[in-house]
Design a protein around this ligand. Structure first.
Ligand code: ADP
Ligand code: MG
Length: 246
């Protein structure tokens, strides 16, 4: 576990400003939702925390250590990103055990870790399956198990429910939300879906055009939006939020 702090992070690509002075802290064991429309800078924020992007200016810290220029492999961050599809030339267990293998964990221990994680995620017994034969929801869980297998201090999830049908999404939101709370991992959960952010996260940062418009608990954001953008972006009916305890 670690606290994640961004201080005035800017990231530009030529004339495009993807992050325009982003500052926030995610507490130890907290899950922060990063919510905003397409193109607002959510993925760039996560990629910067993972170490795949270097900020143009500003700093990133894990606890008290500055990591702004630390390479990704030295950050102990677990990733569930759309572009990290499962390896289709490996079994489910081999996918999950891949990170530990790269870190020199022995074969018996990594197999055991994979089995435990798959069990925890409700897909025990799938170890020797070819991941391409699994449903979308099952593949999503394998991706999460793979990210958790390195015992990350920080877990980054970038729109992990994309492509799932509504019913499965609702179920997984609840299950993954409970799991994140149970594991006590520090998490950043990117989504453009306000309901998902409100259901799954302890606090939510609403992002617009590379800037954080508001950061607060789902309730604070819903009941007291900081401006018109936030009000419009999070407007929904409470009955649509069956798992949020008001
Ligand atoms: P989101 O994940 O919220 O949809 P992104 O972080 O992917 O937003 O992108 C923010 C902005 O930065 C967009 O305008 C996007 O086109 C631009 N951008 C992101 N990555 C790159 C890149 N590698 N090169 C140029 N522009 C980029
Ligand atoms: Mg994105």
């Amino acid at each position: 576990m670690a606290r994640v702090t961004l201080d005035s992070v800017r990231k530009t690509y030529g004339d495009t400003t993807a992050m325009d002075g982003v500052s926030f802290t995610v507490g130890d064991g907290e899950v922060l939702g990063v919510l905003g429309p397409s193109g607002c800078g959510k993925t760039t924020t996560l990629r910067s925390i993972a170490g795949f992007e270097t900020p143009t200016s500003g700093t990133i810290r894990f606890d008290d250590d500055e990591v702004t220029h630390v390479p990704p492999e030295n950050r102990n961050v677990g990733l569930v990103f759309q572009e990290y599809a499962l390896f289709d030339n490996m079994t489910v267990a081999e996918n999950v055990a891949f990170g530990p293998k790269m870190r020199g964990v022995d074969k018996t221990a990594r197999r055991e870790r994979a089995t435990d994680l798959l069990e925890l995620l409700g897909i025990g017994g799938f170890e020797d399956r070819d991941p391409t034969t699994l449903s979308g929801g099952q593949q999503q869980r394998v991706g999460l198990a793979r990210a958790l297998a390195i015992e990350p201090s920080i877990l980054l999830l970038d729109e992990p429910m994309t492509g799932l049908d509504a019913k499965l999404k609702t179920r997984l939101q609840r299950e993954v939300g409970d799991l994140l709370a149970e594991l006590d991992v520090t998490g950043l959960y990117v989504t453009h879906d306000q309901e998902e952010a409100m259901v799954m996260c302890d606090r939510v940062a609403v992002v617009n055009d590379g800037r954080v418009e508001q950061i607060g608990t789902p309730r604070e954001i819903y009941e007291d939006p900081a401006n018109d953008f936030v009000a419009e972006f999070v407007s929904l009916d409470p009955p649509a939020l069956p798992f949020v305890e008001w």
